[in-house]
Each structure stands twice: as C-alpha cells, then as structure tokens.
Design a protein around this ligand. Structure first.
Ligand code: ZN
Length: 362
C-alpha cells in the first residue's frame, strides 16, 4: 500500500515537473559584436554624420527617423514587432535593464565560451585555435535522452571548431568554409557546398559570409529537425572593425531578416511550432566613448562588457522590453537554455544560474 502511494506521488510530481516547461527544442542565434546601442536606439546620428559612414543619404533613407523607438524598427523590424510583442528583450540601459558579459576580456572566444559553458573562464583569454577544455551546454544536451545526434551548430567563423570542441562533444559543428558532409543530405545542402567554394572571401579565409551560414543552418534544420540548433553570424563585427557604419547597419538588418525566416519556419512546422524557444544574443559589446570607439571592444575599451539578449518561446512570459531588475550575465544563458528544456546543466566547472524571468519559474 505504502509503495503504491509512493509511486502515485512520484508519478504526480514527475508529471508536474514536466508540465512546467513546454520547450522541446531550442534555437540559439548570435550576432557577433552587435552593440545594444543599435539594438535599442537604432542608427546613431553622430556616426552617420562622421567619416565612418559612406553614402550618408542612402543610410539616412534606410535607417534614419527622429524618434529612437521608430528608428530601431527600421534597423531590426523582426525584433521590434514579433520579439517585443511575444518575447523579452534584455539590455536597454536607457530603461535600466543591464546585461553584461562576466568575463573580463570582451572579445569573441571568451564571450562564446561564457555563453555556452556558463563559465567565464579566466584561462580562455585568446582567439587562437586552442581546444576548449570546458564542457558546453550543447555537448551536455547531446548526452540527454532524445537529443542524441539532434544537436548542431553552424558558424561563419572557423574558430567554433575549437570553441565547441566537437571532437570531444560529439556534436555537428560546421564552421568557416568547412564542407558539410552528412550521408543522405539533400541537393540543396550539396549545392551550398559548391556555392561556398565560389563565394567571395571578403572577410577572411577563416570566416565565410553570413548568408551561407544561414542557408546551411536553415536547410539542415528543414531536413534533419535538430532539437538544439546554434547559428552564429559574424559580419556586423567585421564591418565595425573596418569602421564601415553603412555595412554594419546593412548586415544587422540582414541578420534580423534571417532570424525572422527561422522563426517563421519554426512556427510553420509541426515539429517545432509552439514548442521551440529562440534565443538571440551577442558575444561582447563595443565602445561608445569617444564615438570612434564603436570600432573596438576589449578589456581596455570602456563599456564593451555591455550586451543584450532576446528570447521568444512558449515558456517565456511576453514581457517585451525589460526595465530595471537585476543585471543579467551571459554566463547565465547556458543553464537558462538547459532549464527551458527541463534539464539541470552540470559540469566539472561552475555554471551561472538560470535567469528565472526567462524560464517562467519563480
Ligand atoms: Zn571583434
């Protein structure tokens, strides 16, 4: 009798636990080096009026209007329609919402290590091709029942072949100009392998342009239906380092459109609809004082720890733009992703706590 009651209690609490989350899949998108200033204020008039902007009239026509609340819609229409209406946006310092990286370095490898391992490891102070010893949340998910071989990452920058340590992690990582090689892949994916050999390498030999990364990720998603997908865009950071504000803005708008396509697909496909959470963020901020510092980021660049992130999904309350509250850190995103899927991410290193306002838990 006692056993029966215990069993009933166990069944009850277990179903209560699983009922707590609706998220069955996650899609994570990062936009390298996109500043919160542009996300929340739109294009910056001082930079448009400086030598960093060529073709000023074209830029004003596309991205300028007086009120910041309207201007940002011109730059990121998907964010400022769908995400603000049905999701959450963190990091608008003008409203007192602060989001930051916890690592002291404020550049890419340490930033991505922090997002995916939940651990702002001081030893990860390089953009060199060293294998990341820290376990990441994608690797953790790939070990969970129902997620085996259902975890994939597509990145413009080849360094993700080290950041995510795919050999150890056992997950698919397609990064840089690496061809995609999977048995049974469809003609669209095969054609992308050919296309990327012909595409201009105008960023560098280590970084392909983002539309290729997007097309690989989208077509892979459609054919293989991964349960955890990561898409990593790079171009805004490259354009900012080059001091080219027109291209920086153009590429941001392009990425917003790519993310819209992913979300539209998610909500049109029964395998994903109403059970998939989309998380969008960046790896670091950039400077803003003096104005020219928008080119740069790093431990010596003031305010480049300041970042942002956005979430839309079935468990995340539709709070829109967040105001005030505690500062959030990117080291919290790994556990937040795990919790959304009903898991507790444990690793041999410390892991930042989940953000409860995202997961919908008290
Ligand atoms: Zn950079």
């Amino acid at each position: 009798m006692k056993k029966v009651i215990l069993f009933a209690l166990f069944t009850l609490s277990f179903s209560a636990l699983s009922a707590q989350h609706k998220t069955q899949n996650v899609v994570i998108v990062t936009i390298d080096g996109l500043r919160w200033q542009e996300v929340f204020r739109g294009a910056d008039s001082a930079i448009i009026n400086s030598n960093d902007t060529h073709d000023k009239n074209d830029v004003r026509k596309k991205f300028w209007t007086e009120a910041a609340a309207d201007r940002r819609k011109l730059l990121m229409p998907f964010f400022w329609s769908t995400v603000v209406e049905k999701g959450q946006l963190y990091g608008n310092r003008d409203l007192g919402s602060k989001d930051e990286v916890a690592n002291p370095y404020h550049f890419s490898y340490p930033g991505y290590n922090e997002i995916f391992t939940g651990f702002p490891d001081k030893l990860m102070n390089t953009n060199d091709g060293i294998y990341n010893p820290n376990m990441n949340v994608l690797e953790f998910l790939n070990k969970q029942k129902g997620f085996e071989n259902k975890v994939a990452a597509f990145a413009s920058w080849e360094r993700f072949s080290q950041i995510l340590s795919p050999q150890r992690a056992g997950i698919l990582v397609n990064a840089g100009f690496m061809p995609l090689e999977i048995a049974g892949m469809n003609d669209r994916l095969k054609h992308l392998n050919e296309l990327q050999l012909e595409a201009p390498r105008y960023i560098s030999d280590s970084t392909r342009i983002d539309f290729l990364t997007f097309e690989f990720a989208k077509n892979y998603m459609m054919q293989y239906k991964p349960r955890a997908l990561y898409v990593s865009f790079d171009e805004p950071d490259d354009m900012a380092h080059a001091g080219n504000y027109k291209f920086y803005l153009d590429r941001i708008k392009q990425e917003d459109g790519f993310i819209k396509q992913l979300w539209d697909y998610i909500q049109s496909e029964p395998a994903y609809k109403n059970k998939t959470t989309l998380i969008i963020t960046c790896d670091h901020g950039r400077g803003d004082e003096p104005m020219k510092k928008w080119h740069d980021h790093g431990s010596d660049v003031l305010h480049s720890e300041q970042t942002w992130f956005a979430v839309i999904g079935p468990d995340t309350p539709a709070s829109g733009e967040m105001k005030q509250g505690e500062t959030t850190y990117h080291k919290q995103l790994a556990q937040t992703i795990a919790n959304l899927l009903g898991f507790d991410f444990k690793a041999s290193h410390e892991v930042g706590e989940a953000i409860n306002s995202v997961t919908g838990k008290k």
